[in-house]
Design a binder for this molecule. Structure first.
Ligand SMILES: CC(C)(COP(=O)(O)OP(=O)(O)OC[C@H]1O[C@@H](n2cnc3c(N)ncnc32)[C@H](O)[C@@H]1OP(=O)(O)O)[C@@H](O)C(=O)NCCC(=O)NCCS
Length: 165
């Protein structure tokens, strides 16, 4: 199972004022707010945590079919930087998802997986030709086997990423 999320930082800056009253309390747990407060760059930490939660939500939703907006139930933890890539986990109820986040000056991109070894098998999909959606959730239709493989789409502003496994 996989999920992804991409944040165009230029759009985020223009359209979302993360400093507005009440925003952090609505979206981030107390522990996450501490990470934001203590970060060298609080704005980047906001969108880093946001994109992890959204990517993890896409797996959670696929697995459980629970839909909704419940950012405080998705909690990021165990952030660790290895060779410039930020790894971490997102927990919701008894589920734990692993996340890998690329942070550039232009975008923040998270891929979430259910099993950490799945990071090695992520492939980028170049077009939407073989994508099928069931109840709004996209999958990759593999012609040879007629099987549906997990797929995740994210787009924001200038960026789009489609991945499968
Ligand atoms: C559905 C949701 C995940 C979409 O995320 P988004 O950042 O608005 O948009 P993205 O571009 O990243 O993702 C959109 C794509 O996700 C796919 N998608 C839509 N619903 C989905 C779902 N429930 N599960 C998996 N993928 C989904 C679609 O393919 C869609 O692209 P398309 O319509 O062009 O085919 C988001 O709007 C949402 O409801 N989040 C709730 C979770 C939450 O509590 N978030 C808090 C933020 S911290």
């Amino acid at each position: 199972m996989i999920g992804n999320d991409i944040v165009d930082l230029a759009i985020a800056r223009k359209e979302s004022n993360w400093k507005r009253k009440g925003f952090l309390d609505k979206v981030f747990t107390k522990k996450e707010q501490l990470l934001i407060t203590n970060a060298e760059n609080s704005e980047i930490m906001v969108w880093n945590l946001w994109s992890r939660k959204e990517a993890a939500y896409k797996i959670y939703n696929r697995q459980t079919l629970f839909r909704g907006y419940f950012p405080l139930q998705l909690e990021c933890c165990d952030l660790e930087i290895i060779d410039g890539i930020t790894f971490g986990k997102v927990c919701i109820k008894h589920q734990v998802y692993f996340t890998k986040t690329e942070i550039t000056t232009q975008f923040i991109n998270t891929i979430a997986v259910e099993n950490v070894k799945d990071f090695n098998d992520i492939k980028t999909v170049e077009n939407r030709k073989n994508i099928q959606k069931i109840a709004g959730i996209p999958s990759f239709f593999e012609k040879e086997t007629s099987a549906l493989r997990p797929l995740s789409i994210s787009h924001h502003g200038r960026f789009e990423q489609i991945i499968t496994i």
